[in-house]
Design a protein around this ligand. Sequence first.
Ligand SMILES: N[C@@H](CCC(=O)N[C@@H](CS)C(=O)NCC(=O)O)C(=O)O
Length: 242
Amino acid sequence: MIVLHQFPRAWGINPSPFCLKVETYLRLAGLPYRAVTSASFRAPKRKLPYIVGDGVEDGRVVADSGFIIDHLRAVHGDPLDRELTAEQRALGHLMRRTCEESLYFAMVYARWIEDAGWRIIEDAFFKRMPAPVRAILPGIVRRSVRRSLHGQGYGRHARDEVFALGVADLDALAVLMKERPFAVANRPSSADATLYAFLVSVMRVPFDDPLTRRARACATFAAYLERMDTELAKAGKPELVG
Ligand SMILES: N[C@@H](CCC(=O)N[C@@H](CS)C(=O)NCC(=O)O)C(=O)O
């Protein structure tokens, strides 16, 4: 069985949209897997998720949600995207990049840099650690996220600018998603694994910021998440351990 290494759950979901994306892909594709909790410093690329393949895949380790899905397609076939046109694939690609390479960084800002977001993160990720670690680690990790965001670029913008960038991504996605029941087709494709993961990560979380408010006010997103819930309910629940 495929073993998916991801962060511990928080708020009833995987708090990492990239981990939730792979979990969603595996469920939509009907691939049996086991999810185990891991830490990013143990991961091959120091980020989660990664998978350890099953017998068919000879125990291969694949890191990065995009490479994981490419790998699963190569080994297990492509039930979700097989029938897509080149245009649908291109649209899915751009929607995915909008989530992962832009919206994501506005979400990181909302969660880790904003004080209100940080209080929720600190409580969810660090509260259960032993007191000495709890006193030091949260500050170290927050500083490291701040440095990464500065390096990426969004961390150099003013608060209003960061949220304007994220809201523009959400608005563009909403326009495109109004056109059809799922991201690029009338049934779920791999692009939906990303879209579902990111919209859940913005809408079904305890944060309250300009991103969460904009997304929660969007009827297209709400209807989309309900359709995806129905699809995922058909796929059943993963076996969770660790
Ligand atoms: N491109 C990667 C991004 C994964 C990623 O950014 N994971 C974050 C959590 S959402 C992580 O592991 N961060 C830990 C760290 O940077 O130390 C993918 O698609 O899997």
